[in-house]
Design a protein around this ligand. Structure first.
Ligand SMILES: [Zn+2]
Length: 322
């Protein structure tokens, strides 16, 4: 029957994708705007499963990869509801201050029924599997990193980042190189339409898992233009795959170790930690750093929180546009 053959084909494709994650990541990473992180998620899941016995001190959140739940497309995530502190659904996110300060009176301008969510130039806009950006939002000050960084860093990929984060990033890269490290930048800004392409691909090929391994369009921090995905030339050897560019073992590379320790000094913060995966809505991504400024990044480092955790605990909930 046609139904059965389709089902069997789906199973085969699913298993094939699962087992060939490394290859997928290598190919997809050559198209940074098409969802490099998404491919990495598939790799992560596969490797986490088989690597548990090799990790001497496994982190609890990775020992039992979350069981995918079928989540209707467009109806939010399968993850637990974020903590509700002071729900003000119709207010835009106000500019955050410091982790210990809770604005008594949000000063943001109400935006009606929230038909749009277009952030201003502030660096702290919350973007999760629940709170999305409008399709109309695109940063106006993007710069091309290949104009500022050598080929060994950009690998020739046309990654972009907002100008506000450019100099801090260049300083960070220079300091890493001065210490003998070899930082790479695999991906930067990703447009709403670029994320749509990635989402459509995964929701078609792996509908039951798409909501946890991919961000729907509007739900990726990459759309903010203040995010970079780092790579390391050490990663292929550590993973055992010459084509790998994204992998959770990035945290074992010299570059990953240095970034975890020092990125906040340049204003960058790790968005998706192991510990916060249920709150952020994304799996551990040790390569994904977001520029939030030195002050905020340092405060987050000191209290051990991601920006998303901090924002959800200290700010009114942002609106969710159509
Ligand atoms: Zn990323």
């Amino acid at each position: 029957m046609r139904y059965n053959s389709v089902s069997m084909r789906h199973v085969i494709i699913t298993i094939g994708l699962f087992l060939s994650g490394f290859l997928i990541a290598g190919c997809t990473a050559n198209q940074p705007d098409a969802g490099g992180d998404v491919a990495a998620m598939a790799v992560d899941n596969a490797v986490v499963l088989e690597s548990e016995t090799a990790v001497s001190t496994p982190i609890p959140s990775l020992q039992n990869p979350p069981t995918p739940e079928v989540t209707p497309v467009g109806e939010g995530s399968a993850l637990p509801q974020p903590p509700t502190i002071t729900p003000v659904p119709t207010l835009e996110t106000p500019t955050p201050l410091v982790p210990t300060e809770i604005p008594a009176t949000p000063t943001a301008t109400p935006i009606g029924v929230c038909s749009q969510r277009i952030p201003s130039d502030d660096l702290f806009t919350l973007v999760t599997q629940t709170y999305n950006l409008s399709r109309d939002y695109a940063p106006k000050d993007l710069v091309l990193l290949t104009d500022y960084l050598a080929m060994d860093v950009t690998l020739g990929y046309p990654s972009e980042i907002r100008e506000v984060a450019l100099q801090p990033l260049l300083t960070l890269i220079n300091d890493m190189k001065a210490e003998g490290l070899q930082p790479q930048i695999i991906s930067g800004y990703r447009s709403y339409s670029g994320q749509s392409i990635a989402w459509n691909k995964w929701s078609t090929e792996m509908p039951e898992r798409a909501s946890i391994i991919s961000a729907r369009p509007g739900h990726s921090e990459h759309q903010l233009g203040t995010v970079v995905d780092f790579g390391s030339p050490s990663l292929p050897d550590i993973v055992g795959d010459p084509d790998i560019e994204f992998h959770t073992y990035f945290f074992k590379t010299p570059e990953g170790i240095w970034l975890l320790e020092n990125a906040h000094l340049y204003g960058f913060t790790l968005s998706y930690t192991r510990e916060a995966s249920e709150i952020t809505g994304f799996f551990y991504e040790p390569w994904h750093y977001r520029y939030v400024g030195v002050e905020m990044a340092t405060q987050l480092k000191e209290v051990g929180l991601t920006l998303t955790e901090f924002q959800l605990a200290n700010q009114p909930e942002p609106c969710i546009p159509d």
